[in-house]
Design a protein around this ligand. Structure first.
Ligand SMILES: [Zn+2]
Length: 226
């Protein structure tokens, strides 16, 4: 049976602290990491893995739920140091992760820049630069809804981005949401609705996930839904 290990990666942005939760799914013959953290954070990931008795060297796959920098920022560094790890993402999201198409989040942020009030423009520009700094990585395995890779079932959960996926681990009755569901004060919500590329789709995905037959729901932003 698969073992689920939730990682806690802490980041400081000025006064604010942000915690994100990549998840490791470990079985006898595979070890999957679901999402890998911000650009430049590989070392933090390695340290956290070690603290939980894990080693990046033993990873077989990394699933990327979607193209955003907090989910794939560290991917180029990870794949550079551990080239044997297979990158898994949806068919629809793959061209944004591999850099064949321009990041939708960057396009959105650039568009919004023109409408930002003067005092937010510097922040908007800094955000664009953060997305531009994400290095693209080719996707090794392209998946679609209901595909099974190394014991994990792909659950299409469009909305936050068009090709967003969540991951269901049947044997552990666990659903790993990515950004299809976030927790705010313990309540399940749509992550950053103001930046959601398709709000209707995101609402449908949120309901789909919350109605899933799972004992444990793990949100990248917020941790475990109880
Ligand atoms: Zn996110």
């Amino acid at each position: 049976m698969e073992k689920i290990i939730i990682l806690d990666l802490k980041f400081k942005f000025g006064e604010a602290e942000d915690v994100i939760h990549p998840v490791v799914v470990k079985s006898d013959d595979s070890m999957i990491l679901v999402d890998c953290g911000y650009t430049g954070s590989l070392q933090k990931l390695e340290v956290e893995m070690h603290q939980k008795g894990l080693d990046c060297e033993a990873l077989t796959h990394v699933f990327i739920t979607h193209q955003d920098h907090d989910h794939m920022g560290a991917l180029a560094e990870l794949k550079g140091k551990y080239p044997h790890i297979l990158v898994v993402a949806s068919e629809q999201e793959a061209p944004y992760i591999s850099g064949e198409l321009k990041s939708l989040r960057l396009a959105q942020a650039e568009q919004m820049q023109a409408y930002l009030p003067e005092e937010q423009k510097a922040f908007g520009k800094a955000f664009c630069d953060i997305i531009r700094a994400v290095k693209p990585v080719p996707v090794d395995i392209k998946v679609k809804d209901a595909d099974v890779v190394a014991g994990c079932t792909i659950v299409e959960s469009t909305g936050h981005t068009p090709g967003h996926i969540s991951v269901y681990v049947k044997s552990a009755r666990t659903l790993i949401t990515g950004d299809a569901v976030a927790l705010e004060n313990g309540k399940p919500v749509i992550a950053n609705p103001q930046f959601t590329l398709d709000l209707k789709g995101a609402e449908a995905s949120l309901n789909k996930i919350l109605n899933y037959d799972a004992d444990q729901v793990i949100c990248y932003h917020g941790g475990v839904l109880t």
